[in-house]
Design a protein around this ligand. Structure first.
Ligand SMILES: Nc1ncnc2c1ncn2[C@@H]1O[C@H](COP(=O)(O)OP(=O)(O)O)[C@@H](O)[C@H]1O
Ligand SMILES: [Mg+2]
Length: 298
């Protein structure tokens, strides 16, 4: 957790957002969550991987939509906001400078595969975001085409999936259509790039806002392991849950404790042994390497 001497706009499960007036400094910590809980151990490098992956995508998707990204490289951040040099060590690598926007109160989820809450909905009612899907799909199965399935942002607890019709009622038809179209385009771009590296982007979540001159901006984080389900293509097999590209070692460990009757699945979440932490760090670093084709900046 960082506590920098700037007004805190928001402290999320794994990130802090500092209010620098026209800018925000978003700092991704090394905290990790699994089974809905934040774990007691930190995963070294995780925050840096998330921030630098987001930077990578922001810089490469401007042809689809403008975004809030200003800089992720420490020197470039300091060129814009020199006063941040005092606290550099606390945010270097894990901090991103962005333009402040007014966020739309929705999460723009795109799903290419049937997993998580979508699998749950489908199993119960044969639908996804209220729309009928073909019968007989299995867990993790590739959808006939990617689907936009928006969710409301809940202040506490879980986001609630809503239908596209409900989104249109809330934000208006024009805005909703635009968000849907851009979200699908972003997903397609990310999916294709990741596929070339043997990674399946099963689903992902985007957020959008309006900038100070009224322009639509892609905000928050983009195509990171925290906002997406990444699956190794090599082990993909529909009909079951899939291996997570990033946090599988953590899941496996906690699952083994459950099986052995040593954890009941509720807090307090058990400590992670060092080898599990190390293996997870390796996973995150490897994901960065594979997606971007370069080493993490030191
Ligand atoms: N450029 C921006 N301007 C204003 N708010 C932003 C911007 N980018 C992201 N946000 C908001 O910051 C918040 C980050 O919260 P987050 O760390 O994701 O916490 P949580 O775990 O509750 O989702 C989100 O509500 C997001 O909409
Ligand atoms: Mg969030």
């Amino acid at each position: 957790m960082t506590s920098l001497p700037y007004p805190l706009l928001r402290r999320g499960k794994v990130r802090e957002m500092y209010d620098l007036d026209t800018h925000l400094l978003m700092v991704a910590s090394d905290r990790i969550s699994a089974f809905d809980y934040v774990l007691p151990q930190l995963i070294p490098w995780k925050g840096t991987v998330l921030t630098q992956l987001s930077s990578f995508w922001f810089e490469r998707t401007r042809h689809i939509v403008q975004n809030h990204f200003v800089a992720g490289d420490p020197e470039k951040i300091l060129a814009v906001r020199p006063e941040l040099s005092e606290t550099r060590a606390a945010w270097e690598g894990r901090g991103m400078l962005v333009r402040r926007a007014s966020p739309f109160p929705v999460e723009c989820v795109v799903r290419g595969y049937l997993s998580g809450s979508a699998w749950k909905e489908y199993r119960q009612s044969g639908t996804l975001a209220g729309e009928k899907l073909p019968e007989g799909l299995r867990e993790s199965e590739k959808l006939p085409e990617p689907l936009f399935s928006p969710a409301t942002k809940a202040e506490e607890g879980h986001d609630e999936n809503i239908t596209f019709g409900e989104l249109r009622r809330r934000l208006g038809g024009k805005t909703s259509d635009t968000l849907r179209e851009i979200s699908l385009a972003l997903y397609g771009f990310g999916r294709d790039l990741a596929a070339g590296q043997g990674i399946i982007v099963a689903d992902t979540k985007f957020e959008f806002g309006v900038g100070d001159t009224g322009e639509l901006l892609l905000i928050d984080e983009v195509l990171t392991p925290d906002s997406s389900r990444f699956w190794p293509a090599a082990s993909f097999e529909p009909g079951r849950g899939q291996e997570s590209l990033d946090k599988q070692p953590v899941r496996d460990y906690l699952e083994s404790l459950k099986q052995a009757g040593r954890w009941n699945g509720r807090p307090p979440v058990p400590d992670l042994p060092e080898d599990v932490v190390d293996a997870t760090t390796d996973r995150y670093r490897d994901a960065y390497r594979r997606i971007t084709g370069s080493e993490l900046p030191e």
